[in-house]
Write a protein that binds this ligand. Structure first.
Ligand code: HEM
Length: 215
């Protein structure tokens, strides 16, 4: 990945993780969110804390996993950090996020949007894990790119939502749309990247070579 793009990923991811840790670590629950969200958070406080803190692990560790120099120099660190990313961030954060999706503010549209995001997050994480257990590094990398594009929904949601509110769209209208907008374009961008890249470590077929099934 281009160093400038990686730097931007790191800054935005750490910014949102820092927001989550600061607000949920030090302020009363739901202090910084819309009153509709605060009311639902009160009914499942522990799940909210599990989701916020576990998912923050994914945001902090995710960009590190794409840092190729670190991966080459410290493969052991990459493996351990990957285990935390998948086991704590995705599995724990994703299951808690899936539970919260059924209670999300904004009605059926946002509940479905967040539930699909959680399922896609868990699914891509599982595929990445299974690929690396099978020692298929290229396929593992492809699924990790898709998975992190979904993790990054935590960042894009916090760009789309304030932008929508600042442009005068009421929360009730904006939120169900943002529940989809925060992740669908990310997945499309990841697919575009995977299809256009010429990085051999992602297992792209080159012209003339025998076709090999890729996922
Ligand atoms: C990518 C999969 C994710 C899913 C499916 C998901 C799902 C959800 C849901 C359903 C809510 C509650 C919304 C409501 O009640 O209206 C929520 C809130 C929240 N999530 Fe996630 N989330 C994901 C990723 C993350 C990540 C990576 C973080 C990183 C810290 C995060 C941090 C938060 C925070 C802080 C809140 C509370 C709302 C706020 O303060 O802005 N989530 N999430």
């Amino acid at each position: 990945m281009h160093p400038a793009a990686l730097a931007l990923l790191v800054v935005l991811s750490l910014g949102v993780a820092g927001y989550a840790l600061g607000v949920y670590g030090f302020l009363p629950l739901g202090e910084a969110v819309h009153p509709d969200m605060r009311a639902s958070f009160a009914t499942h406080r522990n799940v909210v804390y599990v989701h916020v803190f576990a998912s923050a692990v994914a945001l902090v560790l995710g960009p590190l996993q794409f840092w190729s120099r670190l991966r080459t120099a410290r493969p052991g660190l990459h493996r351990w950090s990957g285990r935390f990313y998948l086991g704590v961030g995705i599995l724990l954060g994703g299951l808690a996020g899936l539970f919260m999706a059924f209670h999300a503010a904004g009605g059926r549209g946002s509940r479905l949007g967040f539930a699909c995001l959680a399922l896609a997050w868990l699914f891509t994480g599982l595929r990445a894990y299974r690929a690396i257990r099978a020692r298929d590094v290229a396929v593992h990398r492809r699924w990790m790119i898709r998975n992190f594009a979904l993790t990054f929904a935590a960042v894009t949601l916090r760009l789309w939502l304030p932008a929508s509110l600042a442009s005068g769209i009421p929360f009730e209208v904006a939120y169900p749309v943002v529940a989809w907008l925060c992740w669908v374009p990310n997945v499309l961008a990841a697919e575009l990247l995977l299809n256009r890249t010429h990085d051999p470590s992602l297992g792209r077929r080159t012209a003339g070579k025998s076709p090999r099934r890729q996922t």
